[in-house]
Design a protein around this ligand. Structure first.
Ligand code: PGA
Length: 246
């Protein structure tokens, strides 16, 4: 399977010119592969102009589950589509940390899939669960999958799972999870999808402190279908090196 490399810019950068500049540097160097960037909502339109004629996919970091109407501050799937958005990150641990529930995550996943965009569903255990052992971590992750995918019967490549153990995300951690730990959990997730008839070859990515130095060992591992990159996607040079290591 071709590796998928997605950049999650989170709430960065602060200036439109910087966002456009970063997107331009990436677009200039990328002409193949499954590469995507998810800028902040306010810069989607400008970044869309930059990536529209390129192979780089545009992503959003969130979406609302209702089609339209009186939902102050939210953004609809059609609004995202009108800007050329192709994938939406859903259930990132930073959003769950602000109170987003599995039920809300599930409604968002369904909204994205029903509208033929790619849904990147993030799952991953917190540190205190991992400390209780790998079986507890697996139970936590399968619980997120079960609730996040309730009523989903997709059998195509619109669904992407990102395994992001919270304790390995760069703001919480000195480094990524070990390749062995990631491999074990990703194999578990793939088995879970298969048993539950959700596997149409669903790619499962890893995210958490990926950078130019460690990306290669994850991307060379067959079962790891790609990476979701936070901090290291904010510098074109760094992100491009990660892409090259695939
Ligand atoms: P990080 O973020 O690469 O900065 O650890 C990953 C993520 O939160 O998606």
């Amino acid at each position: 399977m071709e590796k998928i490399i997605l950049g999650n810019w989170k709430m960065n950068p602060q200036e439109k010119e910087e966002a456009v500049g970063l997107a331009k540097e990436i677009v200039e160097e990328v002409d193949k592969g499954i590469i995507g960037i998810a800028p902040p909502l306010v810069f989607l339109s400008d970044v869309s102009d930059v990536v529209s004629d390129s192979s780089v996919m545009l992503g959003a970091q969130d979406v609302f589950w209702e089609d339209k109407g009186s939902h102050t501050g939210e953004v609809s799937i059609d609004e995202l589509k009108s800007l050329g958005v192709e994938f939406v990150i859903i259930g990132h641990s930073e959003r769950r940390g602000l109170g987003e529930s599995d039920k809300e995550v599930n409604k968002k996943v369904k909204q994205v899939l029903e509208n033929d965009l790619k849904a990147v569903l993030c799952v991953g255990e917190p540190e205190n669960m991992r400390n209780k052992g790998v079986d507890v971590a697996k139970r936590f992750v399968s619980g997120e999958l079960e609730k996040g995918l309730e009523g989903v019967s997709m059998n195509d490549d619109s669904l992407i799972i990102a395994y992001e153990p919270i304790w390995a995300i760069s703001t919480q951690s000195e480094g990524p999870a070990s390749v062995d730990d990631v491999l074990e959990m990703i194999s578990f997730i793939k088995r879970y999808l298969k048993i539950n008839d959700l596997d149409g070859g669903t790619p499962v990515l890893y995210g958490g402190s990926i950078n130019r130095d460690n990306a290669g060992e994850f991307l060379r591992t067959k079962e790891i279908d790609g990476v979701l990159v936070g901090r290291a996607s904010l510098e074109a040079d760094e992100f491009l090196k990660i892409i090259k290591s695939a």
